[in-house]
Structure formats: structure tokens, C-alpha cells
Design a protein around this ligand. Structure first.
Ligand code: GDP
Length: 444
């Protein structure tokens, strides 16, 4: 079961109960049963589900519950708290120090998403002001170095590899030593995920660990592997003793519960989750936020952080909005910013209530629609883009020209202009309000 479906099922169970007219103990038991069955079909470990059932019951002592409204709130809170406890390892995740070399070693099976995630993490720290780089210590798989090199080059991150050296511990040490000398602050070492014998793989991990003495070892775990996650992470923990976990592919058709159970079993914090193949698809993992989002309660803090990390250029539009103006170009810039943010469904998950509204809407359709709007704008002249759109109404031939030039229809051009008019109307009102407020403040 996909994580989103799990959230929807749990949510439905809680809403059914809190909406029902007779909120009795049987209805409460049915809700717990439904939540547990949803968790089990998402591959969450049976023992953990049993614990959750007990702890919800313990937190809500049904017989002592007060009035109807409070009852609902108490039950909702208990479900939320216990789900948070399920994914919370109660251990502080590693925090890199500024101005010092932080060596981070990645371990995990081949295909888990190590190489992709290494680059995502380096980029994450780079955009937060750290000097970050990558070292390829996978000498087993032909092509590993090229893959990392390609990713690193695309993200403009320095990297090190050695195609002639066959000992991964030697390559790792060479890379780390060089980057330490060059005063890099985040040095990420990617390792191999496969060998002819499993024992060789584990032996190699130990050798690399000994050579580079990482400040942090991160295990990369694929969310799609379900129940195997626990055995796998235990085996890695015994050998490489990782301090944090990154779960990848949480966007896929995965029953991410297996990975969640693995975390509970190893008492290791999940630091990030991978939410797609793109470089930006890495999110900080926080138990409360994760559960809020799972249950469709939104994650405004995550949204703000995501938007800030994109470093969108909003200057001109913000200035315009303050002046009560919103041109066609402003609309174009906003659409482009929206497209930079990633798939619509992901954004919707961060905005309270929006994921329900987006249900059934396809990302591809949404993105295509935005792309066509950009094509329309790109067929306009500067004068048209910087206008308030009225010149199109006065001279409709302009619309036909733009539709033709952009390979779209006049109807689509009209829709775009009416969208811009609507936003301009809102912005004008806001600008007017600000002016009135300033005048009022001036009068005081
Ligand atoms: P490695 O063998 O562990 O280094 O794995 P790779 O980094 O080569 O990743 C294996 C595949 O998983 C690639 O096709 C990646 O694009 C894909 N992948 C990695 N992380 C994610 C993720 O968070 N979501 C999705 N959908 N795919 C991912």
C-alpha cells in the first residue's frame, strides 16, 4: 500500500468515528482495528502494530472520557501521538559542524538509491552554505564512478574517483584526504552495494570505515522492499553501525511500513526521505511533520523551507504586488516558480486540505497545462508581457497571433488572461489595503 493510501485510510477511520452519532466503545474499537489493519497492509511489523493498539487504548481510557466534543479531540490526539511515537527513534540525528570537515559515509544495497541520494545530500548542504563534495569508493561496479561524476557535474559539486585503483579503502582515503586539505566541510563517501559474496561487501565496508573514520555513517534503505527492510538493516547495523537512515522511494508504490519498522527495530533516526528521482526530491524527516502530512494535515513549515531552498526570484513581483500591480509577466514568473517547486501532488501534501482537493488530478496534466501557459507568454512581446492585459481585449487579433505562435488555442490564451485579470484584481485590492493602512498610520 502506498503511504498516501495508508494516510487516507487512517484518516477515514478517525473521521468516521468522530462523525458518528453514538461514539461508544465498540465504535472506538472498530476504529483501532481499522487503523491496525491499514498499518499491517502497509507492511508495518506485527509487533509494532500490537504496541500501537495498546498504547492508543492506554492513552484514551474510554470509560473516563468527558463530553462528546472533548472525546473526539482526545481520540484524535491519541492516534496522532501514537503514530508519531511509532516513527520516532528518540535519538538526535547527526548535525554537521560548520568550519570543520564532516565525513559522511553511505552504505546500503545496490539499487537502494545511494549514489542518487549522495548527490542530493551534498546539494542540500551546499545550498545551506556548506562546502560539499563527493568521493566515489565503489570500485566493484563498472560505471559507478561515471554515474556519480555525471550527477555531481550536473549539481556542480566537486568529486573524486580513481579508475585505476581497485582497493576502495585506498580510493576513499585519497579522496577524503584531498578534500580535507582543501577545507571541504561535507565530504560524502559513496560505497559499493554489491559483491560476489555478502561477507566481502561487509568486510569492505569495515575497511573503508577504518580508513576514513567517518563522523557519520548513513544507511540508505529502499522503501519498496517491505518486510525485508528489518533483516537488512539489522545486518548492516551489526557490521557498519550506521548512525542514521535515509529512506528512498517514498514516492513510489511502496509499502513504506517495512522501512518504518526497520527504523523502530534499530532505534536509529531517519534523517531524510527521498521523494523522487530529481535532485531536489530530498526532505528532512521529522516524525510529527511526517505524520501530519501522512494524515493530510499539511506541513507549512516544510513548504516554507522548500520554497526558500529553491531561491526563487520573487523581487520584481513582490515589488509590483506592493504597488498593487500584477502584469502578464508577473503571472508568467509565478507559473515558472510553481514548476520549479516539483510535482503538484507533492506541493499539495504540504498545504493543509489541498491534497484532498487534488485527489484524482494527475501531475502530468497539471504540469503540461503550466508548460502551455509558459509557451503562450513566450509568444508575447515585451509590451504585452508588461501590460495589464487590457490591450488584448482592445485588439483581439493579438490573441490569435499569440495562440498561433505558441501552438495553443485562442481559448487557452483567453483563460490565461482571465487568470491574470483575477490575480491583478486581488493584488489591486491588497495594494489598496496597504495604502489605506499606511495613510491611517500616517494620520495617527
Ligand atoms: P545505488 O545502486 O544504491 O547507488 O542506487 P542509485 O542511486 O543508482 O538508484 C537506483 C535507482 O533508484 C535509480 O533509478 C534512481 O533514480 C532511483 N531512485 C533513487 N532515489 C529515489 C527516490 O527517492 N524516488 C524514486 N522514485 N526513485 C529513486
Amino acid at each position: 500500500m502506498v503511504l498516501q493510501d495508508l494516510g487516507r485510510r487512517i484518516n477515514a477511520a478517525v473521521s468516521d468515528l468522530t462523525r458518528s452519532a453514538n461514539l461508544d466503545e465498540k465504535a472506538f474499537d472498530d476504529m483501532i482495528k481499522e487503523i491496525c489493519s491499514a498499518l499491517l497492509s502497509a507492511d508495518v511489523n506485527v509487533k509494532l502494530v500490537g504496541q500501537l493498539r495498546k498504547s492508543i487504548r492506554a492513552q484514551v481510557s474510554f470509560k473516563d472520557l468527558p463530553t462528546h466534543t472533548n472525546k473526539k479531540r482526545i481520540i484524535q490526539k491519541a492516534v496522532f501521538d501514537q503514530l508519531v511515537a511509532l516513527v520516532d527513534p528518540h535519538a538526535e540525528p547527526f548535525k554537521p559542524r560548520k568550519g570543520k570537515p564532516n565525513v559522511i559515509m553511505f552504505v546500503g544495497l545496490q539499487g537502494a538509491g545511494k549514489t542518487t541520494t549522495c548527490t542530493k545530500l551534498a546539494r542540500h548542504y551546499q545550498t545551506r552554505g556548506f562546502k560539499a563534495c563527493l568521493v566515489c569508493a565503489d570500485t566493484f561496479r563498472a560505471g559507478a564512478f561515471d554515474q556519480l561524476k555525471q550527477n555531481a557535474t550536473r549539481a556542480k559539486i566537486p568529486f573524486y574517483g580513481n579508475l585505476t585503483q581497485t582497493d576502495p579503502a585506498v580510493v576513499a582515503l585519497e579522496g577524503v584526504t584531498r578534500f580535507k586539505k582543501e577545507r571541504f566541510e561535507i565530504i560524502i563517501v559513496d560505497t559499493s552495494g554489491r559483491h560476489r559474496q555478502e561477507a566481502d561487501l561487509f568486510n569492505e565496508m569495515v575497511q573503508i570505515q577504518k580508513a576514513v573514520q567517518p563522523d557519520q555513517t548513513i544507511m540508505v534503505l529502499d522503501a519498496t522492499i517491505g518486510q525485508q527492510a528489518e533483516a537488512q538493516s539489522k545486518a548492516f547495523k551489526e557490521t557498519a553501525d550506521f548512525g542514521s537512515i535515509i529512506i528512498t522511494k517514498t514516492d513510489g508504490s511502496a509499502s513504506g511500513g517495512g522501512a518504518i519498522s526497520a527504523v523502530a527495530a534499530t532505534h536509529t533516526p531517519i534523517v531524510f526521505i527521498g521523494t523522487g528521482e530529481h535532485m531536489l526530491d530530498l526532505e528532512k524527516f521529522q516524525p510529527r511533520t511526517f505524520i501530519s502530512r501522512l494524515l493530510g494535515m499539511g506541513d507549512m513549515a516544510g513548504l516554507v523551507e522548500h520554497v526558500q531552498s529553491l531561491k526563487l526570484d520573487q523581487k520584481d513581483t513582490m515589488k509590483h504586488i506592493q504597488e498593487g500591480i500584477f502584469t502578464v509577466r508577473d503571472l508568467r514568473d509565478q507559473i515558472q516558480n510553481m514548476m520549479k517547486m516539483g510535482p503538484l501532488s507533492k506541493m499539495a501534501g504540504m498545504i493543509p486540505g489541498l491534497s484532498n482537493m487534488m485527489e484524482g488530478m494527475n501531475d502530468e496534466d497539471g504540469t503540461m497545462k503550466m508548460k502551455r501557459m509558459i509557451y503562450i507568454c513566450d509568444s508575447m512581446t515585451d509590451k504585452e508581457l508588461d501590460s495589464d492585459g487590457k490591450l488584448f481585449i482592445n485588439e483581439p487579433a493579438r490573441m490569435t497571433r499569440v495562440a498561433h505562435g505558441s501552438g495553443t488555442s485562442v481559448r487557452e490564451v483567453e483563460d490565461l488572461l482571465s487568470q491574470q485579470r483575477m490575480m491583478a484584481g486581488m493584488v489591486k485590492k491588497m495594494g489598496g489595503m496597504q495604502k489605506n493602512m499606511k495613510n491611517a498610520q500616517g494620520a495617527l
